[in-house]
Design a protein around this ligand. Sequence first.
Ligand code: 3PG
Length: 208
Amino acid sequence: MDITNIISSNQLLPLATLTSRDQVEPLVNVLINTGLPLVEITLRDERTIDILDEFKKHPNITLGVGTIKNSNQIDKAVEAGASFLITPGFTKKLSQYAFSKDVLLIPGTQTPSEIMLASEQGHSLLKFFPAELSGGIARLESYNAVFPDIKFIPTGGISEKNASSYLKLDNVSAIGASALIPSELMRSNSWKEIEDRLTKLKTTYLIS
Ligand code: 3PG
């Protein structure tokens, strides 16, 4: 299965911010046990980039690396075995760099112009960010008529209140949310609680 199909078949893309190597194995166990074997590790913390290679021990996880803002981060993510990369916005430079590395980049977009620029560079799967602040469901519905060949991963403000509504849209491939794996529960090593919560959210969010 190619990466875009792996993402769309899982529908949920959990975001996690790692601050220590010790968090990788329990996180992987949660993902496997809940039947969601993919994750976007966000580079919101400066420690995370040097932890990524820990995922080499876990090839059964489809690793995405997010919050990518420069080519050095692309190099490190690729070295760690990332299957896909996510940028908060779109730049032609990073798009071309990722293509040259033969790795899927999912650029963040908000406006029609950004969508057109990304599409011109060959991207058909885009992050829609920050989803709720950018017009949310209504905006994605209007994009469906104008950009029928583009699929989105809305991210930013997705929670149990709106996840199912986003997932019902024809042009939504998956939703991205940090709320799926709360950082505070990771920090307190509450892995059982994280797993129970993710199992419950998966049942609640997913449409058949
Ligand atoms: C991101 O890092 O892509 C977003 O900030 C995630 O938004 P969320 O924390 O509202 O899910």
